[in-house]
Write a protein that binds this ligand. Sequence first.
Ligand SMILES: Cc1cc2nc3c(=O)[nH]c(=O)nc-3n(C[C@H](O)[C@H](O)[C@H](O)COP(=O)(O)O)c2cc1C
Length: 210
Amino acid sequence: MSTYIKDLEWRYATKKFDSTKKINSEDLDKLLKSVQLSASSYGMQPYKILVIEDPEIKEKLKPAAWGQPQITDSSHLIVFANYKTIDEKYVDSYIENISEIRGIAIENLAGLKDKLIDSIVKLPAEAQNTWAQKQAYLALGNLLSAAASFKIDTCPMEGFDAGKFDEVLGLQEKGLTTSVIATAGYRSEEDPAQDAKKVRKSKEQLFELI
Ligand SMILES: Cc1cc2nc3c(=O)[nH]c(=O)nc-3n(C[C@H](O)[C@H](O)[C@H](O)COP(=O)(O)O)c2cc1C
């Protein structure tokens, strides 16, 4: 079987982390690089990702995440926060980045700018937020798979109060809101969840080959 599939079978939503084990900076860099390389709609990456190691901040956030122990026991808490609105200024800074990296004159990117304004900037605010949140979830997916390949354990989490996270992390003033979070570190040998069989739909239920 491929190593990739084995890694995905190895991973599970870790409930109990070994709080004595920390992700070293080299592994953390690889993990963050994988997230940085995530695909996103139009390549706009409409999010900011907070990588929290500070125990005091984690302690403050724990009650806002239903008291889930992974928040404080894991090595790092990763908060995916999406931009709530995508305005022309945001598009301009993206265009500038393309221009710089690919050496294309800004005026030659005018067509792309118009397209981004038409398809994203003109969306109603709520739709922009939803679109941006979807992109953040893709980055989360990448984090989970990449971490598994580096033998780093993770737990993706929706069990938290986004308003409280935004408040503690000062996200509102930056135009951001918490979309989804994940914890990363190393499983405790005592976590019974690691022995549970994976529950997934059968191939027939899940796929329709047409
Ligand atoms: C978006 C998302 C949110 C989740 N939220 C939580 C959570 O708040 N707490 C938790 O312990 N597990 C959470 N899970 C873990 C799922 O329950 C778990 O991924 C699923 O049951 C499949 O099991 P596995 O990941 O161990 O294979 C979440 C998973 C995802 C993808």
